[in-house]
Design a protein around this ligand. Structure first.
Ligand SMILES: NC(=O)c1ccc[n+]([C@@H]2O[C@H](COP(=O)([O-])OP(=O)(O)OC[C@H]3O[C@@H](n4cnc5c(N)ncnc54)[C@H](O)[C@@H]3O)[C@@H](O)[C@H]2O)c1
Ligand SMILES: CC(C)(O)[C@@H](O)C(=O)O
Ligand SMILES: [Mg+2]
Ligand SMILES: [Mg+2]
Length: 356
C-alpha cells in the first residue's frame, strides 16, 4: 500500500497503480455481484462494475419504477435483472444499496440468502453500527465489507464516464473466508474509486453522518440562508445577494480551493478580502464549533440514526421529503439562484427568467 503523509500523519491508501482493475477482476473472477437497490448509489455502482467487466446482476421489485429504470439502463429481465430474492440467491457478493431505512425492512427477506462464504457489501456503516436499532446482524460464516464512495452516486458515475474516479473508504467488519480485505478493495476499485482509504464501519458512519449534516450539506445551506437574509434585510437585491452568497462560491472560489487548497484561493483574492476573511474565519469557527460538537454527539449517541429510521420508515417519507425540497426550491434565495443559473453565458436560455 502507498504510504501518504496527510498533513503530518502517515496513512496507507490503496491506489489504482498497486491494485489495478485487472487485479480486481482476478479477485472477483468467480463472483456474481448482485446489486440490491437502484436509487442513487445502486445504478452508479452497478453500471461502473458492468462497464469494468465484472459479472453483475440487479435485484428489484418487478413493476416498480426502479425496475423500469434498470431496464432503461440495459439490464435484461431474466438475464441480469431479477426479483430481489432471486438476485440475492444468485449473487455471491450481495451489495445492499437500499436506503438505510429500507435495509431494515428488507433484512429479514435478504438474510436467508446470505449463505456460507458469500460477501455482504454496504456503502455505509449505518446498518451494522446501529444494529440495536436496525436489527442487521449478519450470519457469522459470511464476509461483511464496505466500500463507501465519498460523494453522490451521480458523481460516482459521471467521474467514471470522464475517466476519473471518486475517493472511497473501505472496511472489513467480518472476515469468514480470510479474503474479505481483498474483496473489499476489489469492489471499491470496481465501482470506480480513484483511491481507497481504510476505515471501520463505526468511523465511516460517524464521519459520514457528521459530514453530510455539517459542512457538506446542512451547515452550508444554513450559512447561505443566514447571509442571504442579512443582505436582503439591508436592502440588497436578490441577484446581488445570491451572487455574493452562492454563485461566486460555486463558480469562482470553490474550484480554486479544489484545485490547490484554501490558501491558494485566498491568495487569488484581494488583500482586502484576505484580511477580512482571515479575521472573520476565527469568529465563524468559534460560533459553529459548539454546533459541530452537538452534531457529533447526536451521531455518536445514535440519536441521528433513531430519527432517520423513524422518519424514513414512514410510508409517506418520500412525499414529505419532496415537500421540503419543494419549499427549498421555491424560496426566494433558490428562485434567485435559478434565475442566476439561467443567465450563465453557457446556458443562453434567459427566456425562462425574463419577466416579459
Ligand atoms: N446517495 C449517495 O450518493 C450515497 C453515497 C455514499 C453512500 N450511500 C449509501 O448507499 C446506500 C444507498 O443509498 P442511496 O442514496 O442510493 O439510497 P436511497 O435512499 O436513494 O434508496 C435506494 C433505493 O431503496 C429503495 N427502498 C427504500 N426503502 C425500500 C424498501 N423498504 N424496500 C425496497 N426498496 C426500498 C428506494 O426506492 C430507492 O430506490 C445507503 O446506505 C447510503 O447511505 C449513498
Ligand atoms: C453523498 C453523501 C452526502 O456523501 C452520502 O453520504 C449520502 O448519504 O448520500
Ligand atoms: Mg451519507
Ligand atoms: Mg457521504
Amino acid at each position: 500500500m502507498a504510504k501518504i503523509n496527510f498533513g503530518g500523519t502517515i496513512e496507507e491508501v490503496v491506489t489504482r497503480e498497486e491494485f489495478p482493475m485487472e487485479k480486481a477482476l482476478e479477485v472477483l473472477k468467480n463472483d456474481t455481484i448482485a446489486i440490491i437497490g437502484y436509487g442513487v448509489q445502486g445504478p452508479a455502482q452497478a453500471l461502473n462494475l458492468r462497464d469494468n467487466g465484472f459479472k453483475v446482476i440487479v435485484g428489484q421489485r418487478k413493476g416498480s419504477k426502479t425496475w423500469d429504470k434498470a431496464v432503461e439502463h440495459g439490464w435484461v429481465p431474466g438475464e441480469t435483472l431479477f426479483e430481489i430474492e432471486e438476485a440475492a440467491k444468485r449473487g455471491t457478493v450481495v451489495q445492499f444499496l437500499l436506503s438505510d431505512a429500507g435495509q431494515i425492512a428488507l433484512w429479514p427477506t435478504l438474510k436467508p440468502y446470505l449463505t456460507k462464504g458469500k460477501t455482504l457489501y454496504f456503502s455505509h456503516g449505518f446498518g451494522i453500527t446501529f444494529k440495536e436499532q436496525t436489527g442487521i446482524i449478519p450470519p457469522a460464516d459470511i464476509d461483511v465489507v464496505l466500500a463507501a464512495p465519498k460523494g453522490s452516486g451521480t458523481s460516482v458515475r459521471r467521474l467514471f464516464l470522464q475517466g476519473k474516479g471518486i475517493n472511497s473508504s473501505y472496511a472489513v467488519f467480518q472476515d469468514a473466508t480470510g479474503k474479505a480485505k481483498n474483496t473489499a478493495i476489489a469492489l471499491g476499485i470496481g465501482v470506480g474509486s480513484g483511491y481507497l482509504f481504510e476505515t471501520d464501519f463505526k468511523k465511516e458512519v460517524y464521519s459520514d453522518l457528521s459530514g453530510e449534516r455539517g459542512t457538506l450539506m446542512g451547515a452550508i445551506a444554513g450559512i447561505f440562508e443566514a447571509q442571504y437574509q442579512v443582505l436582503r434585510e439591508n436592502g440588497h437585491s436578490p441577484s446581488e445577494a445570491f451572487n455574493e452568497t452562492v454563485e461566486e462560491l460555486t463558480q469562482s472560489l470553490m474550484p480554486l480551493v479544489a484545485e490547490n487548497g484554501m490558501d491558494w484561493m485566498y491568495a487569488n483574492c484581494s488583500t482586502t478580502a484576505q484580511r477580512g476573511a482571515l479575521d472573520w474565519k476565527k469568529k465563524f469557527k468559534e460560533a459553529t464549533l459548539p454546533v459541530f460538537k452537538d452534531l457529533y454527539k447526536s451521531v455518536a449517541t445514535g440519536e441521528e440514526a433513531r430519527r432517520t429510521i423513524e422518519t424514513c420508515s414512514k410510508p409517506d417519507y418520500r412525499e414529505k421529503l419532496a415537500e421540503e425540497l419543494k419549499e427549498l426550491r421555491e424560496s426566494e434565495l433558490w428562485q434567485a439562484g435559478a434565475a442566476v443559473r439561467s443567465l450563465r453565458p453557457e446556458k443562453q436560455t434567459v427566456e425562462a427568467s425574463m419577466i416579459n
